[in-house]
Design a binder for this molecule. Sequence first.
Ligand code: ARG
Length: 567
Amino acid sequence: MELSEIVKHAFEDAFPGEDFSFVRVVPATDHKFGDYQCNDALKLAKRLGRNPREVGGAVAERLVKCAVFEKAEVAGPGFLNLTVASDWLDSCLIGLASKPSCGIPQVGIGKRIVIDYSSPNAAKQMHIGHIRSTVIGCAIDRIFRSLGYEVIADNHLGDWGTQFGILIKGYRECLTDEERKNLTVANLEKCYVLSAAKAKDEDGLWKDACRVELVKLQQGDSENLALWRRFIDISIGEFERMYRRLGVKFDTYRGESYYNKMMPGVVDKLVTAGLAVESEGALVVNLEEEKLGVAIVRKSDGGYNYTTSDLACVASRVAEYAPDRIIYVTDDRQQLHFKQFFYIAAKMGCTTKLVHVPFGLMSYQGRAISTREGNLIRLEDLLNEAVRRAGEIVKMRADMDDALVERLAEQIGIGAVKYADLSHDPATAIDFNWDKALALEGNSGPYLQYAYARVRSLLSKAGWQQGNVTVADGFAAALAEPAEKSLALQLLKFPGTVVRSAELYKPSILADYLFQTAQYYSSFYQNLPILRSDEPVRGARIRLCSLFGEVLKTGLALLGIETPEHI
Ligand code: ARG
């Protein structure tokens, strides 16, 4: 249980019937007075019109009776100063060190989650704007898995729609034989741009021809269908190259096309339920009373759109997987779409918890990233540059063989890119900046990777190997100094932090925690002798170092960041 909870219980016990949701325990500003403090007795005393020192005293009396606190004292006008009992702390640390995955609670056992992320549009190259959904989605995926949930990671590719008429026409007439033979996503993008430009011709002939190709595709024409399939396969092949480098793995690639056949049925149901009505030739669901505007579910030309496709998709996922929750990770421009479609799904009887995790848009030099703006940086170029910069540093630091340098540079460069994104609250917008995205120092991925490598090297100097010193020997001898005790208390917060970052869908909470933990470790390491201290302190401190290493490695793995043993 978290300390705040324990203190809250003491308040409840002393003053039954009051609301104590405000009670918080914070680290003490001065360790002379204790490890933690709580200033909420003052708040309660004011509410009850009582003397704050008396109120604090009643709570303190209860706190010292539980095994968690060695001391609970009222100070000044009614502050509570709390000192944690070493025995309790020691047994918590032993518990943490002996449980798998550093004690992450298995609260998700028996529960299933579908998570829909990355989901780029086919036939276009991935660019820096795709990092966020991919990296945030992947971290949320890993965090939920670590909690014991069964997770189905689904890539909801944009693989259907009018662009395929333009692409098929462009493929046939705007590419050379050579380009058609060695088709790449770059070529597809090129022929799309050329063909879309021609579709703007005054005479409208090209546009009509694109339309004909689209209709043929929709009606199942075998030649167009085969071309479409090829475009999708090539796109997935290239996306997977990025995903492999990023350590991202999907269980399914069900794009919009997968739900195409289900669309008419969805629309029929909406009409039968009285939700969809005709409006100027189109079918719409009016959500104006809910302040959600109007959602079109069938256009006047008979085509279906994004809302219809997501409604078909949710029905299909519910029927096939019966998930407890479906999580969608997209940029925040899609908020209205998700509000509309969640509302309609609920009206149609969907009881599954649907969650949209919106993230702030990534811009570049203050402008939205788009092909039209011409400010598109390909994801692959970003990753290559990150790895190149990391490579320079690795070469400067160590004398290693080329293969090792290459592997390390990849781990560090990719770690930097991921952490730069994950350390921001998903809701904040990011203006892309090469130096920030590739930061190798300060609050960065490589800083944490370096902290891990450093602790591993200390442990190997100490002759520490998993198993040759039992954790049961405990940590009691390494809890006397404030720097070691603070680190120990911080390590105990790991399981709760993982739970909180899942509950709030914010990997940034975990990233912040890991950075803070590394800072606690660094102050412990700088202020206290470890290898040069005497037993039993030495052994206990080494065990604390090892536990720090495990927490850091486990936490970084949840963010999808690798932890090389040597840097
Ligand atoms: N392909 C969409 C895009 O690029 C994202 C799809 C998100 N998932 C969903 N089920 N709508 O914006």
